[in-house]
Design a protein around this ligand. Structure first.
Ligand SMILES: [Zn+2]
Length: 249
């Protein structure tokens, strides 16, 4: 009987340990993966001025967000690219998973066919895209789980992705809130759900933020101003800090 009680106690301890794991995780440095959209031969969207290329502005903003976060003692930053190079979407996901990121943020600028749209929006993976996501996991881009059977790994992937979805939504909401404070809530286009390839297969919460329209007459001009971009970078960094919450090291 005693032996049985002990084994139940052990099982409970294992369960408790499992459920407490996320809280213990806050006692270490958070790993933030930042992804500057496009790069190299992939120019992204273009504005009116020759210098108004999405790949150039995403890199400038991303590096500034990284610098702001690296100043903190409780955050480590991983960048998917530091210069003007082409990198596939799958490589970005693979890099984030390999780094064991706590969150993934892909930074972009928008454009529209009529060049009249403006504002900012944040995308997360839709529940419908999770089927595709499961396929991405099977392609071998998912988190690596050494010493775990394939079946158990697939199950853990499912649990992890299910748990990540509301946390991704919370991250997107933080992005919209901080950008709203800076750029005006009326420019907020909301949190969108889709099947962005760069978010598929991630083993962590993730979002893709479109900070503004590069091809809009006024907004595009503003986004070319380094001072405006710095403020946007601060808003994104603050949103990440909000999302991470208080951390004790
Ligand atoms: Zn883009």
């Amino acid at each position: 009987m005693l032996r049985r009680a002990r084994s139940i106690g052990l099982a409970l301890a294992v369960l408790l340990g499992f459920s407490l794991a996320p809280r213990q995780a806050t006692a270490r440095r958070a790993i933030v993966v930042l992804d500057a959209g496009h790069g190299g031969s992939n120019l992204g969207a273009a504005g009116r001025a020759p210098a108004a290329l999405e790949k150039r502005l995403t890199l400038a903003i991303t590096k500034e967000v990284a610098r702001l976060l690296e100043d903190r003692a409780d955050v480590d930053v991983v960048l998917t690219r530091r210069d003007d190079r082409f990198i596939t979407l799958r490589e970005r996901v693979r890099l984030a998973n390999k780094a064991g990121g706590d969150l993934f943020l892909s930074i972009h600028l928008n454009a529209s066919p009529d060049h009249l749209q403006q504002g900012f929006e944040t995308w997360i993976v839709s529940p419908e895209a999770l089927d595709v996501d499961a396929r991405a996991m099977r392609w071998g881009d998912g988190p690596t789980r050494p010493g775990v059977s394939e079946e158990l790994a697939a199950m853990l992937d499912d649990v992890e992705r299910g748990a990540a979805l509301p946390r991704s939504a919370a991250l997107a909401a933080r992005m919209q809130a901080r950008l709203g404070e800076l750029r005006g809530v009326t420019r907020g286009r909301g949190v969108m759900q889709g099947s962005q390839d760069v978010l598929l297969g991630l083993g962590m919460p993730g979002a893709l933020v479109e900070v503004g329209f590069i091809d809009h007459a006024t907004e595009g001009e503003e986004l070319l101003d380094p001072a405006v971009r710095s403020k946007i970078a601060s808003a994104l960094a603050q949103a990440i800090i909000d999302w991470l919450g208080p951390r004790t090291l």
